[in-house]
Design a protein around this ligand. Structure first.
Ligand code: SAM
Ligand code: SF4
Length: 468
């Protein structure tokens, strides 16, 4: 997810992935060109998984198409972090059942696939492929099976030590190259489905991460984002680099101008990460550090295994850095048993930290998770009220935070243009959206950099003019 300000969990992203295959090679010329349609739901990890799935399919002789109607194979890469994700997937599959008569095949990938498993075949018998993210590396064999008219499942790899590493990644973001450095999660927070759907924590070797970083530069990327459910829990299987050292090493690859990383877990957030940001100018001065709640009691019930004080200690490290690091977070409101006083503690934490952006979510009960058995559920209406109060408070904080940028000059990476407003869209190192105008007829390319004088600010963005 792009962390550009005040968000709620209500509008989860749904991404139709468009592929840029210019750098891909080795597609078998003799296989018939089957077509596939892929829709992606959920977080940045899912979007990047889809980039790798697309690359794998293309390598296997498939061609990506824009509509379900054009496709031989229809795939959903699903997310089950919140809401009734599984119901949505079943509805969508039911809608498309009639297309089976046209010989189309269907596959469910990702978290809902892992969570619902064989139940998907029972409720949607027209589905041929059900595959969790820990089994993606076996996709080529699975494709052969479904092409032969058989069903295929990839559900048994949650204990695997292997990562989904492929040289055939279809990069869909034209200016930011993603690298997953760690998969899965072993933390088992009481509310979260991820450890059940994405398997145990496993890291790639630093050599393979560095090789991919160099490859991205060769492809023309100057911004790299390292990904992981808990990116900073990274443990190099070769024992060569700590996370902070890997971060610094990626930042020092010739040609790299910006390195981002997400998501960091407070428990594994060491001071060495802040020191790396201070030492290596290409590391962006932005850290996303989800806190979830400001109440020690709720943090304990959530099994986050840190206290408010420990979290604030990490914030203090960032605030004492030489560079001004922007800090964003995730918050869950309405966890079972959260009292008004607990909620007030979360509001006071917002004030104390002065976040640059908050992703806030209503607690959503998830299958298999320990929180399901907790008493004292919070009614949905009350969760919604708390969410609104929290967002209003954060909007005030962000409006005040952003005012300090007016009058400064920032370097942005150009991300596009808003023709209706006659503005370019840029992103600062601190991950702020900085919309700007440029005098005269300039044509800026996405992925290039510009110096912008910041003239004014809003809660979610800054406004400026390019410096010539
Ligand atoms: N690993 C990261 C961490 O621990 O901070 C978070 C990754 S999780 C995929 C993204 C966010 O989804 C979490 O930070 C949390 O705020 C939210 N989330 C996870 N489970 C949730 C649930 N059951 N209800 C509401 N929000 C949830
Ligand atoms: Fe979920 Fe907790 Fe793992 Fe984050 S650390 S992915 S919230 S279980």
């Amino acid at each position: 997810m792009d962390m550009d300000g005040l968000q709620t969990g209500a509008g989860r992203s749904q991404v139709r992935t468009r592929v840029i295959l210019s750098h891909m090679s080795g597609v078998s010329p003799n296989r018939p060109q089957k077509t596939f349609y892929l829709e992606t739901f959920g977080c940045q990890m899912n979007v990047h998984d889809s980039e790798k799935v697309i690359g794998t399919l293309v390598q296997e002789g498939y061609r990506q198409v824009e509509t379900v109607e054009q496709a031989d194979l229809i795939l959903y890469n699903t997310c089950s972090i919140r809401d009734k994700a599984e119901q949505k997937v079943f509805h969508r599959l039911a809608d498309f059942k009639k297309l089976q008569a046209q010989g189309k095949k269907f596959g469910v990938l990702g978290c809902v696939a892992q969570q619902e498993g064989h139940k998907i075949f029972e409720r949607a018998p027209h589905v041929s492929l059900v595959c969790g993210s820990a089994s993606y590396r076996n996709l080529p064999q699975m494709l052969v099976q479904i092409e032969a008219g058989k069903r295929s499942t990839g559900l048994d790899d949650r204990q695997t030590d292997e990562c989904f590493e492929t040289e055939f990644t279809a990069r869909t973001n034209p200016y930011r190259g993603y690298i997953t450095i760690i998969e899965g999660c072993d933390k088992f927070c009481a509310y979260c489905v991820v450890p059940f759907t994405r398997g145990k924590e496993r890291s790639r070797t630093s050599d393979s991460v560095m090789a991919e970083a160099r490859q991205l530069v060769d492809l023309g990327y100057s911004e790299i984002q390292l990904l992981g459910q808990n990116v900073n829990s990274y443990k190099d299987p070769a024992g060569k680099y700590s996370f902070a050292e890997l971060l610094a090493a990626v930042g020092e690859v010739p040609g790299v101008k910006r390195v981002r990383f997400t998501t960091s877990h407070p428990r594994d957030f060491g001071r060495d990460i802040v020191e790396a940001i201070d030492a290596v100018p290409t590391l962006c001065d932005h850290v996303h550090l989800p806190v979830q709640s400001g109440s020690a009691r709720v943090l304990d019930a959530m099994q986050r295994l840190y206290t408010r004080e420990q979290y604030l200690e990490r914030i203090a490290w960032m605030k004492s850095a030489k560079r001004e690091i922007s800090i964003t977070t995730d918050i869950i409101v309405g966890f079972p048993g959260e009292t008004e006083a607990d909620f007030e503690q979360t509001l006071s934490l917002l004030e104390e930290v002065g976040y640059d952006g908050v992703f806030s979510f209503k607690y959503s009960p998830r299958p298999n998770t320990p929180a399901l058995t907790l008493e004292d559920p919070i009614p949905d209406q009350e969760k919604a009220r708390r969410l609104e109060v929290l967002m209003a408070k954060q909007r005030e904080i962000q409006t005040a935070q952003n005012k300090k940028y007016a009058g400064k000059i920032a370097q942005v990476m150009v991300e596009g243009r808003n023709d209706a407003r006659g503005q370019w869209i840029g992103r600062t190192s601190q991950n702020k959206t900085l919309n700007f105008t440029a005098r005269g007829q300039v044509a800026l390319k996405a992925g290039t950099y510009a110096e912008v004088a910041i003239l004014s600010s809003f809660a979610n963005s800054l406004l400026g003019e390019m410096v010539v």
